[in-house]
Design a binder for this molecule. Sequence first.
Ligand code: GDD
Ligand code: MG
Length: 351
Amino acid sequence: MKLTKAILLVGGEGTRLRPLTLNQPKPMLPVAGLPITAHQIAKLVSVGVNEVVLATSYQAAVFSKWLATQDYLDANISVVVEENPLGTGGAIRNAADYLNLDEDESVVVLNGDVLSGHNLANQITQFKSSGWSASIHLVTVTNPAAFGLVPTDKDARVLAFLEKPTSPEQIITNQINAGCYLLSNQVIRQIAPGTPCSVERDVFPKLLQSNFAIAGYLDDSYFLDLGTPYSYIQGSADLVQQNVYSPLIEFKQEALIHPDAKVAEGAVVYGGSVVAAGAEVGKDAVISGSVLENNSKVGDGVQLFDSYLGKNSRIENQLSLTRVVIGDDCLIKVEIPPGVRVWPNVTLVIE
Ligand code: GDD
Ligand code: MG
């Protein structure tokens, strides 16, 4: 069985990540300085994938623009655009048609917003030796309600797929879909072309009903859905500190400071923080677990923890901020409580 092609599902709107996704789609957000998509493709290449389709819809042009400038990924990468979003199932079928799979060929499909430390090579080995139609990477979590629940039997065969349970009785397992599928061409052909549908709500339940054998590849690897601002900030810090591995991060560091960034005397930057090109950190500032975007500026003595500071935004001297998300082109002159998100072009001052 051939498995050298992959589809990245990157068409979602990333609503929960606003304001970070107002101008760029979620998978293009930099984690540890590079787009989520880039880390995912590097991982795919490391297991022998050489052709990747980005299944896009929302802000598709941003992907094409990135692709035209990147030169570090060793794969043939294309962008396929859905005029109207096809849902995760329709998107897979659409991208697979573009890939023109052979009869005995299978494809790797990744949710475009998942940071995963799982051993993809082992999942592929399990799938090939099973001879089954599909494989789903599973992890266990303490609060499964926000995910797809996937119980399995003693032979690791998937018994059901229940996307986002709505009542406590529906929570029959803490095993969840971690967003990496291996799908045979036979399975792909079960998805109607050109018709919106969900792989989680429609395709998997229908396949199970028709007795297709689907393998659950369960492990306890690192898993993070980067769908909210704080998980995104966390994921970036985890990559920098190598709590999760990416082939694009060569070594473990306390912080990733761009050569064109300035960190003043006495400032401390740690906890997996990223300081992007042109950004400035003032004297005696303390920055932990945060992302400072291009040309942003943190004043002298500022304390900034687990936060995001957008492009060209500025935090005045001596402020202390924790778990805040500040969009592009903002000026912050006042302390704001944890959990606050500031939309772009806002100035916050004390009246
Ligand atoms: N091309 C395309 N077209 N991509 C889409 C579309 C679409 O219409 N809709 C969503 N996507 C992409 C998103 O960009 C994202 O990368 C991926 O599909 C999953 O969508 P999310 O919106 O992030 O879903 P979720 O996080 O609520 O749930 C999914 O991920 C969980 C694991 O993180 C589901 O697959 C769950 O079952 C799973 O547990
Ligand atoms: Mg998600």
